[in-house]
Design a protein around this ligand. Sequence first.
Ligand SMILES: Cc1ncc(COP(=O)(O)O)c(C=O)c1O
Length: 392
Amino acid sequence: MQDQLYLRIPGPTPVPPRVLRALAQPMVGHRDPLMDERVARITARLKPLFGTQGKVFLLAGSGTLAMETLLVNLTAPGDEVLVVTNGNFGERFAAIARDHKRNVHTLSFPPGVPTDPEAFRGALAAHPNLRAVIVTHCETSTSLLNPVRELAAIVREVRPEALVLVDGVSSIAGVEMAMDAWGIDGVATGSQKALMSPPGLAIVALGPRALEAMRAVDGPRFYADLRRYEDSLAKNTTPFTPAVSLLFALDEALNLIEEEGYEGVFARHRLMRDMTRAGIRALGLPLLVEDDAYASPTVTAVDVEALGPKRVLATLREHFSVVFASGQGNLTPRIVRIGHMGYVSPSDVLHYLAAFEVTLELLGHPVRRGAAVAAAAEVYTAWATASSSPTR
Ligand SMILES: Cc1ncc(COP(=O)(O)O)c(C=O)c1O
């Protein structure tokens, strides 16, 4: 039955029924007072998810536009930037910076390997004129969670004048972010991941230092010029026609997040990660990110090279309508990625692990029936007995 797909990819993610209903509201003009109220409410309510007293800007576009917007507003052509790359999305940020004629230095790590703080410190020391340092929080292509808090502290110590910019596309609203407290100046995200909304909103948060820098940067930008968005935000509006229906959706998704509570949301994501990893280990498959301390709460990459990722994905979809994501670039022949962010629950984890287990059996991988679910159940029961709060 292909009518219902169980979308377990790292974006776009499933959209909750309440958010779908919000999407269907009649159109409102973007200069209507009803819309002003909504823009004010959404931007105020996004701030705690970024952990900033600064400002949050809404653009119509995807996460990549949010990344580009950070870059063009906080650096100028010719500026030196250091981009840490642990996979595809770090490389994308470096490519954006190169296209915009920044002087790009990269510090690269192999897939699944977290940024080494000492190597990072060394790269900062080697480049005294850095304008910005760019890090990916959750590297979705490998399911690595970078220690951005620790890395930002090193920048503040070694290069206090450099701005710290973070790609938070697959972490914001699934993983804690405390921009102001951690010394992070700008974060980019999108609507279609842990924010449980359809694709199409690029969201950029700037802390106080970044706001000052943005006003002063002299470099070409028009649609992405945050000075225009800042002027408009003072009147609770946007400079250009926003994605009105997506703002309806995001407003309702924020209601859901607030009802669950930020801590509840983050705890649920950690729980889903831990259940998933326990299940995969019980199946005898290697995890791309070996160290639990750097495993993302929002996505898990599993090494299925021996079975062939294409066959795994096709069988899982054909028999169970469960959709995992393929790997990207060089990792395509090696991994599949399981998205567990946004509108996904521990009950969904038990479901996809059971389906995955049968899929492996169908493909001839030796499994002990029920092993993955049993391991995940153990994680869940330990968590549930230690905590009295329901997850959803
Ligand atoms: C970490 C990260 N950065 C950037 C992007 C790009 O976002 P978009 O496809 O919305 O442009 C993605 C999307 O998967 C992502 O996961």
